[in-house]
Design a protein around this ligand. Structure first.
Ligand SMILES: NC(=O)c1ccc[n+]([C@@H]2O[C@H](COP(=O)([O-])OP(=O)(O)OC[C@H]3O[C@@H](n4cnc5c(N)ncnc54)[C@H](OP(=O)(O)O)[C@@H]3O)[C@@H](O)[C@H]2O)c1
Length: 250
């Protein structure tokens, strides 16, 4: 039996991306995975069940204890999928700046204090160049900038639409958007225009799990370089997954 040797800490573990990544990474016996969840999360019971199913350590703690958690875990890899929606943050009288930027800022600041800089995997968004016109994109741009100006190795993923059967919450606009863009992508593929199809296809939780797993494997294979600084847009995420699948197929 392999002894887990690589500590990984996941924030935003209860969400769509978080669960996809947990499922994928937990199949690797060398990873010792801790997943953070806030006590008020509506997914607490589900995550307790998943922790047993996938064998990871569920850390239930308020966000004020993030620093302690990072200090205790000493992760070699940190993943953050924390983000909220307008509806949820308005109910709490909070903003994207408080949650999507603020919590990630805390995580990055604490990660910077670790003696061995961890790989930081962050899910940002497509369209970041429009950050001046959107508070949603601005929060993600600020997180990206902090990573770029830190000494941490990082992977920034910039998906377009994230959708699929494992999204429990109804998000009608995203579903309609995905139906249109995936329909157009299929049309592009049917005429051999794969590069365009890759630019507009939605990603599901398995795709996010696969790309995070591939990027972590690359960083580990290269012996954890500090200058590992990767930003992948939708097209590059799709191409990377497709070439890995092509390598694996008999
Ligand atoms: N949906 C899309 O199409 C799309 C496209 C591009 C980029 N993105 C971005 O990608 C990231 C991941 O997306 P996703 O679909 O996985 O998001 P998601 O399913 O909404 O999950 C968000 C995660 O953040 C946590 N969270 C939210 N508010 C929090 C708070 N105040 N304190 C602590 N944790 C909190 C949630 O935990 P709880 O269980 O406690 O709520 C959950 O684990 C997000 O930043 C999102 O904006 C999304």
């Amino acid at each position: 039996m392999t002894t887990p040797t690589i500590p990984i800490l996941i924030f935003g573990s209860s969400g769509f991306c978080g669960r996809g990544v947990l499922k994928r990474l937990s199949s690797n016996p060398t990873f010792s995975i801790s997943a953070h969840i806030r006590p008020s999360s509506g997914s607490l019971n589900t995550m307790q069940t998943l922790a047993t199913e996938y064998s990871f350590d569920l850390q239930v703690a308020p966000v004020t204890e993030i620093a302690t958690l990072i200090e205790q875990t000493q992760p070699q890899i940190i993943c953050s999928f924390i983000g909220t929606t307008k509806r949820k943050m308005r109910a709490l009288r909070l903003t994207y700046d408080d949650i999507d930027y603020g919590i990630n800022h805390q995580i990055i600041e604490q990660a910077k204090h670790l003696p061995n800089p961890p790989l930081f995997v962050y899910v940002s968004s497509m369209g970041i160049e429009w950050h001046k016109w959107s508070t949603y994109l601005k929060a993600r741009y600020k997180v990206e900038e902090e990573l770029r100006h830190s000494h941490l190795p990082y992977v920034i993923l910039r998906p377009g639409i994230l959708t699929g059967p494992t999204r429990e919450e109804a998000r009608p606009l995203e579903s309609v958007g995905a139906t249109i863009s995936d329909g157009f992508a299929q049309l592009c593929r049917s005429v051999g225009w794969n590069s365009q199809a890759n630019k507009i296809s939605s990603l599901n939780a398995t795709d996010i799990g696969n790309i995070v797993s591939l990027q972590i494997a690359t960083w580990l294979d290269q012996n954890k370089p500090l200058n590992f600084r990767t930003t992948l847009d939708v097209q590059h995420i799709q191409e990377s997954i497709q070439s890995s699948e092509a390598r694996m197929s008999p």
